[in-house]
Design a binder for this molecule. Structure first.
Ligand code: HSE
Length: 439
């Protein structure tokens, strides 16, 4: 059968992964698809660097020519960024090409328009590699779990952030040191604030929520908090209490709306998710019929991300000659059946909370604090007061850290408690608040 031809946009870490897998596993892949798949051209910025890879691919610096090249069937995008990538992908679609992309920011922010353009043209846009690297989570949500009403999902979906938190917790390494290592491995985004401030995870959560709940991509609705403010003492206190701190993306479908949130989270250490370390990702999906299911694997890196992109290429190859209506819908639900949901705001979110306060070590402080919780109807699950630190001479009276774990409660109530506690003369620092999920 006539080979399927791939044009690669980018031959960096991910692009090379795609080219390598397609070459190494060519025979195995052809047994799956029934026809060979050839990467014929790659558009890059630095021609000599790409030619030095000696991949046997025609190298060009003209990306616009590649996306309009009549010999190319599928454009596989691994350059990232928005400009000129978005217009290149629209141009590829206008030229009748299928698109495979690893660009989660582009899908999360511009995906509604891009997918609509593809639908109008009768081509596919596939984006498995946008979420959780090599884990086929889009496939699982869109196909394997399609019998279910998805109730919630929660995942460690940024490898760089998880690598940083794991190294800090296990080896006491500094934040900057670990980030530099993640960048050297090629895990981190071009702008590493995307990793450490939770933006990358929010892109991925946006995509998963849309596919899970049948709603348009709503990136602006995601509450986003990163890991840059996590202190070593919180990592240690959490461990003493039997928890690990992980950066989670959580999407929950409630009767009154949808919660979409990305933030550091205490997870009981007995949970599998609490033991996902390094650059690994994991997602728990809870369906009404199946109950909880867990997906685990490498969240970043050349071949894991390449694995997902090649799987998309294979899927497209299999249905290339079929009528577009015979393909799995891009966002899992029929396009006309996608509908916006009520997007809940942070005061309506529900979670349990870890609160760390620093208080003067004098009688009555704890009683005053616990009274505030009682007045607001917030139940306290655990409270621990630590010894005063003799080296802390910042206050005339010694101060002590107090750790409180609340029961599950509306966030608006916790915010009220925090305001009232911080207003007390005996509290010497702003409170630290980290959500707790028992999953
Ligand atoms: N920067 C991302 C991460 C790459 O660290 O997870 C994979 O999406």
């Amino acid at each position: 059968m006539k080979p399927v031809t791939i044009g690669l946009l980018g031959l960096g870490t991910v692009g090379q992964g795609v080219a390598t897998i397609l070459a190494r596993n060519a025979a195995e892949i052809e047994r799956r698809t029934g026809r060979p798949i050839h990467v014929t051209r790659a558009a890059v910025r630095n021609r000599s660097k790409a030619e030095a890879l000696a991949l046997g691919i025609d190298i060009t610096t003209d990306a616009a020519a590649l996306v309009s090249d009549p010999t190319i069937d599928i454009v596989c995008e691994a350059i990232g960024g928005e400009d000129p990538t978005l217009s290149l992908l629209h141009s590829a679609i206008d030229n009748g090409k299928h698109v495979v992309t690893a660009n989660k920011a582009l899908i999360a922010v511009h995906g509604n328009a891009l997918l609509e353009a593809a639908r109008a043209k009768g081509v596919a846009v596939a984006y498995e590699s946008c979420v959780a690297g090599g884990i086929p989570i889009i496939k699982a949500l869109r196909e394997g779990l399609s019998a279910n009403r998805i109730e919630w999902l929660a995942g460690i979906i940024n490898g760089t952030g998880n690598f940083i938190l794991s190294e800090m917790a296990e080896k006491g390494r500094s934040f900057e040191d670990v980030l530099a290592e993640a960048q050297a491995y090629g895990y981190a985004e071009a702008d590493p604030t995307f990793d450490v401030e939770g933006i990358d995870a929010a892109h991925k959560l946006t995509i998963m929520a849309s596919v899970a709940f049948g709603m348009p991509l709503e990136f602006d609705a995601v509450y986003t908090e990163g890991i840059s403010k996590i202190q070593r003492e919180d990592v240690e206190f959490a461990q003493e209490l039997g928890y690990r701190i992980k950066h989670l993306g959580v999407a929950r479908q409630r009767d009154d709306g949808v919660e979409l949130r990305v933030h550091p989270t205490l997870i009981p250490e007995r949970r599998l998710l609490a033991n996902v370390n390094g650059v690994m990702n994991a997602v728990v999906v809870h369906g009404d019929a199946v109950g909880p299911t867990l997906y685990y694997g490498a969240g970043a890196g050349s071949e894991p991300t390449g694995s997902s992109m090649v799987a998309d290429i294979i899927d497209i190859t299999r249905t290339m000659d079929a009528h577009p209506s015979h393909r799995v819908p891009a966002l899992a639900f029929q396009p006309e059946a996608l509908h916006s949901q009520t997007l809940l705001q942070t005061p309506d979110y529900e979670a349990a909370y870890y609160l760390r306060l620093r208080a003067l070590d004098q009688p009555g402080v704890l009683a005053t604090v616990t009274t505030i919780f009682g007045d607001l109807g917030i139940s306290i699950e655990a409270i621990v007061q630590k010894e005063p630190d003799p080296s802390d001479v910042s206050e005339p009276i010694p101060t002590v850290p107090i750790i409180i774990l609340t029961g599950r409660v509306r966030e608006g109530l916790v915010e009220q408690a925090i305001i009232r506690i911080e207003a007390l003369d005996t509290i010497t620092q702003p409170l630290t608040r980290i959500r707790v999920e028992t999953l």
